[in-house]
Write a protein that binds this ligand. Structure first.
Ligand code: GDP
Ligand code: MN
Length: 383
């Protein structure tokens, strides 16, 4: 789950990372109140989950109430790269001497945490990586060992931070790493991390992505769920309790188990198609769940074919088949189904589908994942 900047800063503040005083506003009047509380001058910042807000006109400096009114009125309701601005964050404006970059993420391939640190902040790190990759320090961390202040100091020195910034940057790195680990983040990024003319180091932006799998130990995340940006398909899926992620392609995918679902996406890609979604109906899926999954897929206008890939273990073939028959009775599917049904009670499942008398044009069965993917992609690409 991605947080808005203001939520990320509140999260940072819990770990003692210095951020500017400020407040959130969804009207011009509220922005004026927040500005007065923060103290002038302030920056008015569009709250959307996309980078490059400054360039898009979504970040403005205001020296007085009139300027806050003007900027808040302009920014609220603005469209930034397809994201509607519904709220602005108003914070005390900082003087900037230098802009750095710092982040912690998980490097899955290395099975380690990864620090990225650069003296070239304020611009998107992807751009720095392209034009000046040597300016980014990459350093792995063994999650068992964690980091120490001494380690962080060395990282700051190796990233060629100026001497006066080393101590402040190191101290923030230790706090940011605690936020990343204890705060259960997938990503904790500060860009820019600034040096003020007074010598202090300070977080001017916050990009935090929380690890959904850790939600059970964070009841306080409920408030972030309320403002979470989901597309309509994802909202419907959540209502139905499905593990669903919307994608851009045309083959709707239903599989049991996250691993099988991901393999299915890969195979669809391999044979020249593209998936419209990731959907894992989980182990032990029953008829209700299968029918709910089909409803969510059917809601997606870009789906041209539906690939159901089930390898029954705890999930039983006949339950899957019953769910499909039930769904076909309930909703009229806009796209044909190709199914690969294998494993526990697969034969019983196929019998149920057969005796339901579903025409080939609505549902066809294939013996392997590859053949099923080929058939589904052929249909999707022909439409
Ligand atoms: P992003 O472009 O969406 O990542 O938004 P940021 O929050 O990173 O802000 C973009 C840029 O606006 C920063 O790199 C700064 O140069 C500038 N900016 C943001 N806040 C302040 C501030 O308090 N004072 C000053 N002088 N500039 C700011
Ligand atoms: Mn930024």
């Amino acid at each position: 789950m991605d947080l808005f900047e203001y939520q990320g800063k509140q999260y940072f503040a819990r770990f003692d990372i210095p951020v500017s005083p400020g407040g959130i506003a969804d009207t011009v009047e509220e922005a004026v109140v927040q500005a007065a509380a923060a103290g002038y001058p302030v920056v008015v910042k569009a709250q959307v989950q996309v980078g490059g807000r400054g360039k898009a006109g979504g970040i403005k400096l205001a020296n007085n109430e009139d300027e806050v009114r003007l900027h808040a009125a302009n920014i609220l309701g603005m469209d930034i790269k397809g994201h509607l601005v519904e709220r602005v964050w108003v914070e005390y404006a900082s003087d900037i001497a230098e802009e750095y970059y710092a982040s912690f993420t998980l490097d899955r391939a290395a099975k380690k945490h990864l620090l990225m640190l650069s003296v070239e902040g304020g611009v998107e790190i992807e751009a720095v990586a392209e034009t000046n990759p040597d300016a980014i320090l990459l350093r792995h961390i063994d999650p068992v060992d964690g980091i120490t202040l001494e380690w962080a100091r060395q990282a700051a020195i190796d990233a060629r931070m100026p001497a006066q910034s080393v101590e402040g940057v190191a101290s923030i790195l230790v706090k940011l790493y605690r936020c990343f680990t204890e705060g259960d983040c997938d990503l904790a990024e500060i860009n820019p991390l600034i040096l003020k003319p007074t010598g202090e180091i300070h977080a001017l932006d916050a990009k935090v992505s929380l690890d959904n799998n850790a939600e059970f130990r964070h009841p306080e995340w409920a408030e972030y769920r309320e403002t979470e940006v989901l597309d309509e398909r994802e909202l419907l899926a959540r209502e139905k309790g499905l593990q669903y992620i919307g994608l851009q392609g045309s083959v709707g995918i239903i599989a049991n188990g996250a691993g099988l679902a991901m393999s299915t996406l890969d195979v669809v890609n391999q044979v020249g198609g593209s998936a419209a979604n990731f959907l894992d109906i989980g182990g032990g899926a029953n008829a209700d769940l299968m029918s709910a999954a089909l409803e969510v897929i059917n809601y997606d206008q870009s789906v041209k074919s539906i690939l159901i890939n089930i390898f029954g273990g705890i999930t039983r073939g006949e339950e899957v088949a019953k769910g499909i028959v039930e769904a076909l009775n309930r909703v009229s599917l806009r796209a044909p189904i190709v199914i690969r049904l294998d494993g526990t009670n697969a034969e019983e499942g196929r019998q149920i589908l057969l005796s339901a008398g579903i025409p080939e044009s609505v549902l066809q069965s294939k013996p392997t994942m590859l053949e099923a993917a080929r058939a589904a992609v052929a249909i999707a690409n022909a439409n």
